[in-house]
Design a binder for this molecule. Structure first.
Ligand code: URA
Ligand code: URA
Length: 252
């Protein structure tokens, strides 16, 4: 968790504890400056709810709500061939997010991203960075396996990519590592080759929920499935991971 998220969480936890304490002392309301404009913008008493509920929801809640919204998705033709929809796994407060292309056979069977041969290599890369798989968030652009692992088609990309956009907006990671040509080109909206894109950060513009613009650093790198066939390029990926580690250690 970033320092800013950590301190926001502490403030909210304290606030919740205070409200609970006042309730236990028998207070029935607190006087607050209500954020919504009322007639004179004056203070007015706001009754406490019967159970004190946190009004700010966590990333985990927002991801669960998004997963529920996607539901038993039939929005595109990939739904007919899938076993499991693969939403994403990991720490909902992660500073680092890995994004791949689409589930393969193992992922379709287990409902989790990057659990096959390529996934095992990704796990080793993450561990070599001094992190655990559970400490990062892993997802794909496309949530259902294309038959025979064919490339995703334009209508499938158009239908599914809003969901990875929303996952990115919820997580607001410090860095996204785009794995392979498809993820890098789709996220960055470019046709450039992965060999030309990798090795440096690119800016991904996003809008926060309040409408304010921001940017997330994206590091494209070779896909682990490609590395299994081209092990000589592992050193280049390792160079990319070192740039990510340096960025994660720097202050926002
Ligand atoms: N390849 C991907 O791009 N994603 C997975 O989840 C597995 C393999
Ligand atoms: N082609 C891909 O799709 N990914 C790579 O990383 C390299 C080639």
């Amino acid at each position: 968790m970033s320092a800013a998220k950590e301190s926001a969480k502490i403030i909210l936890d304290n606030l919740r504890a205070y409200i609970q304490m006042y309730r236990e002392w028998g207070f029935e309301g607190v006087s607050v400056k209500w954020p919504v404009q009322d007639d004179v913008g004056a203070r007015r008493a706001v009754p406490l709810p019967t159970t004190v509920q946190p009004t700010v929801h966590s990333n985990a809640d927002d991801l669960t709500a998004l997963r529920d919204e996607i539901g038993d998705c039939m929005r595109c033709k990939l739904s007919s061939g899938r076993t499991h929809l693969v939403f994403g796994t990991g720490d909902s407060e992660a500073d680092l997010m890995f994004i791949g292309e689409a589930p393969g056979e193992d992922e379709d069977r287990q409902g989790k991203p990057f659990v096959g041969k390529a996934g095992q290599l990704l796990t080793r890369i993450i561990e070599a960075m001094g992190l655990k798989r559970e400490e990062v968030y892993i997802a794909n652009i496309i949530k259902c396996r294309p038959p025979g692992n064919r490339n995703p088609e334009p209508d499938e990309i158009a239908t599914c990519s809003p969901f990875i956009q929303r996952q990115i907006e919820i997580l607001r990671p410090k860095v996204i590592c785009a794995l392979g040509t498809f993820a890098a080109q789709t996220l960055l909206g470019t046709g450039q080759k992965i060999s030309q894109l990798r090795g440096r950060f690119h800016n991904l513009p996003i809008l926060f929920s309040d409408g304010s613009p921001a940017g997330i650093k994206v590091m494209p790198t070779f896909h682990p499935a490609y590395l299994l066939r081209n092990p000589d390029d592992k050193k280049r990926v390792w160079g990319d991971m070192q740039l990510i580690m340096r960025e994660l250690r720097s202050d926002r």
